[in-house]
Design a protein around this ligand. Structure first.
Ligand code: 13P
Length: 259
């Protein structure tokens, strides 16, 4: 496999905003409208993605219509349909023109007990409905401190991504989010990000070969306009999955301008 290099633009650049459980529907629409107005500032080779709460998908999809902003959900059900109170099927997301589904966010793994088994079923639902997964991986603080971070992300990939077909793998987006950097104001250093992104790409390549050179690997965890440039400058960092800073239109767009 050739040395991955940004010069050749082998990979899509993506900046995705995970709104988590924030904003009222009206505030969500307001944010979407503000982003749409700022799209002229976003470089044309950077894809801007927003992931509002499910309840906002309809209104937000209308607000961004006619713009290049892509829509994502933050999760989907592991089942197709049926007696699963409170769940949202992938097929309920597509009618809003959504392109992506965030899967396996550390908050879902931690607070809602999502396991690799669940995530394999969710992956199947995402692909069956023509959506693209943004699959999140990342270690906790104690795992980083005890030097287990490489093994953790490897297992998170092997247990889920390795089950994809080569065709499915062509579409997948990976988001590396060290749990200790999420919402803490503490980011991985650009060198730490590059080190583990390169490792993640190696693990992907061990199964999928050269295809891994095309997989976008996003960094997430306290990413903001002031630190995005340094992190995005690294060869194996193809963008970001943004939490807090995605709730402020100017900050989110500022990050998208950081390549
Ligand atoms: P913060 O940018 O708020 O740290 O959140 C990152 C994240 O979890 C995005 O999914």
């Amino acid at each position: 496999m050739g040395q991955p290099s940004k010069k050749f633009k082998m990979r899509n650049k993506i900046v995705a905003g995970n709104w988590k459980m924030n904003t009222t529907p009206a505030e969500g629409v307001e944010l979407a409208i503000a982003l749409k107005a700022l799209m002229t500032e976003v470089p044309s080779d950077v894809e801007l993605v927003i992931a509002p709460p499910f309840t906002h998908l309809d209104a937000v999809s209308k607000a961004i219509a006619g713009s290049a902003i892509a829509l994502s959900s933050q999760d989907c059900a592991a089942e197709t349909a049926g007696a699963y109170t409170g769940e949202i099927a992938a097929s309920m997301i597509t009618p809003f023109g959504a392109k992506y589904v965030i899967l396996g966010h550390s908050e879902r793994r931690e607070y809602y007990g999502e396991t690799s088994a669940t995530l394999n079923n969710k992956m199947a639902q995402v692909y069956a409905n023509g959506l693209i997964p943004i699959y999140c991986i990342g270690e906790k603080l104690d795992e980083r401190e005890s030097g287990k971070h490489f093994d953790i992300v490897k297992a998170q990939i092997e247990e889920v991504v390795y089950n994809l077909t080569p065709e499915q793998f062509d579409a997948v987006v990976i988001a590396y989010e060290p749990v200790w950097a999420i919402g803490t104001g503490k980011t991985a250093s650009a060198d730490q990000a590059q080190e583990i992104h390169a490792y993640i790409r190696e693990v992907l390549a061990a199964k999928f070969g050269d295809k891994a050179a095309k997989t976008p690997i996003l960094y997430g965890g306290s990413c903001k306009p002031s630190n995005a440039q340094e992190i995005f400058s690294k060869a194996d960092v193809d963008g970001g999955l943004i939490g807090g800073a995605a709730l402020v239109a100017a900050d989110f767009v500022g990050i998208a301008k950081s390549f």
